[in-house]
Ligand binder design. Structure first.
Ligand code: S3P
Length: 181
């Protein structure tokens, strides 16, 4: 397939759901390039994500995130993993949906907490009560993630199983089967 005409696959979803791990596997299986908005942001800023938040605040991070999304989707034939807050901005979400097949990965709250509780590099969870903070964020964001073209439940599936599911979605003519909302 000509690389100019290939669609992109865009992974969205909450922190810890496995967008990067699955995205890398998926890109290998599809022969697509893998890109990650968080990596682009760190390269653009020259400092880590917690440093961006602590020095310049979340608003600045979101500005960089928007730029990273636009930059990444100048390419085609990519698998793009986005940060958990990327689609909270409706314009970002619309843009992503125009540029590829947007797949939300989702998992139960306990599974996510188990994966996130030891994390030290996610400023959105820096709090005296990180579990409570996670729960509130998840509650607010889950309905947004569910506006993706497709939602794949991750729970205790392996990254390989999740990748297989996504490949089945893509292979089944996603343009005709996706939800329009
Ligand atoms: C964020 C998620 C992070 C990263 C930043 C903000 C969020 O990405 O973009 O810390 O708002 O949920 P991951 O979803 O890859 O952890």
């Amino acid at each position: 397939m000509d690389s100019q005409n290939r669609d992109n696959i865009i992974l969205i979803g909450f922190m810890g759901v496995g967008k990067t791990t699955v995205g890398k596997l998926l890109s290998q299986r599809m022969g697509y390039e893998f890109m990650d908005t968080d990596d682009l942001i760190v390269r653009m800023a020259g400092i880590s994500i917690p440093e961006i938040f602590s020095r310049y605040g979340e608003r600045h991070f979101r500005t960089l995130e928007k730029q990273a999304i636009i930059c990444a989707l100048e390419h085609s034939g990519i698998v793009l993993a986005t940060g958990g807050g990327a689609v909270v901005d409706p314009d970002n979400f619309l843009f992503l949906k125009k540029r590829g097949c947007v797949i939300a990965l989702d998992a139960g709250e306990d599974i996510l907490w188990n994966r996130l509780k030891a994390s030290t590099d996610r400023p959105m969870l820096f709090s005296d009560r990180p579990r409570e903070r996670m729960r509130k964020l998840l509650e607010a964001r889950r309905p947004i993630y569910h506006r993706a073209h497709f939602v794949v439940l991750v729970d205790d599936k392996t990254p390989e199983e999740v990748t297989d599911e996504i490949i089945a979605i893509i292979g089944s003519g996603w343009k005709y089967k996706r939800k329009e909302n």
